[in-house]
Ligand binder design. Structure first.
Ligand SMILES: C[S@@+](CC[C@H](N)C(=O)[O-])C[C@H]1O[C@@H](n2cnc3c(N)ncnc32)[C@H](O)[C@@H]1O
Length: 284
């Protein structure tokens, strides 16, 4: 398949995984994959529609207060934040990577909104004023490496989100009755720039609750092609471990759980086989 034939964005087995065949040919830059917000945003920012509308539906269905102020911990490029701002919400975000923060703020300003993303650690932060809802849609929560950090995160959010408000938390659970997924590939193109990402599990230690993943972005422009290569780590959660974490946090209760179909009319029952899960937590 040539670059021209690619759909705007593809995922999974049907995606054009060129890595095995082209890897040896591409000049490679090693580093932190999150230091390249423009490439991240091209791939993951294309996929906003379902998550965006799901969030609006959740605010409506599960919020026990009017949702006006929303906050995204580990917001990255803020691909959903600026769209929520355009929808009329007061938005803010936090990320520990200064390049992500700068990218997010530049885009907010370009669209006429305050640069409300701050640099910080999502396991230990305060906001200057409370919010009505928070969200964290694709596994960023799992970057918190220890139980203490995860608990700290829920505690901090509990202090920031007002009673009756929500925390919408999307993550991959580790299923215990079926094999967990090992690999995911995405691609997207804008004009003459095309990016193919690949994320694969290098090792998974369920005892240490650690998943170490390799990640590459293959970048193609008319004049050059190169690879960015890095590693990301995730803490693992079985369904039971995630439920225990929430139960241990006095601020939160589980209002409903969904899958990555993002259909607010189709809540799921979490079982030991569940992998894709979006927990809608309500502030008690
Ligand atoms: C996969 S990106 C997700 C960005 C965004 N939430 C989204 O849905 O597109 C993960 C982000 O988490 C950030 N991150 C990782 N650990 C963090 C921490 N402890 N505190 C704040 N941000 C963190 C990274 O810098 C990166 O921007």
């Amino acid at each position: 398949m040539s670059l021209r034939e690619w759909p705007e964005r593809t995922r999974g087995a049907s995606a054009p995984i060129q890595n095995e065949t082209t890897a040896f040919m591409l000049p490679t830059i090693a580093g932190d994959i999150y230091d390249y917000p423009a490439y991240y945003d091209l791939v993951y920012g294309s996929d906003w529609w379902a998550e965006f509308h799901f969030l609006l539906d959740c605010f409506e269905k599960h919020g026990q207060r009017k949702i006006q102020r929303v906050f995204e911990p580990a917001c990255g490029t803020g691909r959903l934040l600026y769209r929520l701002a355009k929808e009329g919400y007061k938005v803010s975000g936090l990320d520990r990577n200064p390049r992500m923060v700068a990218y997010c703020n530049r885009r907010l300003e370009r669209h006429g909104f305050p640069p409300s993303c701050i640099e910080g650690d999502m396991s230990d932060f305060r906001l200057s004023r409370p919010v009505d809802a928070a969200f964290n849609m694709i596994n960023s929560f799992r970057h918190l490496a220890t139980g203490r950090e995860a608990q700290g995160h829920l505690d901090c959010l509990g202090q920031c989100v007002s009673r009756g408000g929500l925390y919408v938390l999307g993550l991959h659970l580790t299923p215990t009755t079926v094999e967990p997924s090992e690999r995911e590939s995405w691609s997207a193109r804008r004009g003459h720039l095309a990016v193919v990402t690949d994320l694969w599990v290098k090792d998974r230690d369920l005892h240490k609750r650690q998943e170490r993943c390799g990640m590459t972005y293959d970048i193609y422009t008319p004049t050059q092609a190169f690879r960015l290569e890095g590693e990301v780590s995730f803490r693992t959660y079985t369904a039971a471990q995630l439920k225990r974490l929430v139960a241990a946090s006095p601020a939160w209760e589980i209002a409903a759980v969904y899958d990555f179909g993002y259909d607010v009319e189709a809540p799921i029952e979490v079982t030991p086989a569940t992998e894709d899960a979006v927990f809608v937590l309500r502030r008690k």
